[in-house]
Design a protein. Structure first.
Length: 61
C-alpha cells in the first residue's frame, strides 16, 4: 500500500514525538521572534521552548 505524502509526514512526526502547532500572533511579536532567532542562531521553535522552560522555572520560585 502506497502512502500519501501527508501520511508519511504524519508517521515521521509521530516517530519523532513532534506535533504541528500554529498560533495567530501579532506581527510585531513575530518580527521579534524572528530577530531573536537570527541573533542567537537558534530555531524559532527552540527559542519558544526555552522561553516556556524559563517561565516555568520563574513561577516555581
Amino acid at each position: 500500500m502506497k502512502l500519501s505524502t501527508n501520511q508519511l509526514k504524519a508517521l515521521s512526526d509521530e516517530r519523532r514525538g513532534v506535533k504541528t502547532k500554529s498560533f495567530k500572533l501579532p506581527i510585531t511579536f513575530i518580527a521579534e521572534l524572528e530577530q531573536l532567532s537570527k541573533q542567537y542562531d537558534i530555531p524559532q521553535n527552540q527559542l519558544i521552548m526555552q522561553s516556556v522552560e524559563l517561565f516555568k522555572q520563574q513561577k516555581e520560585e
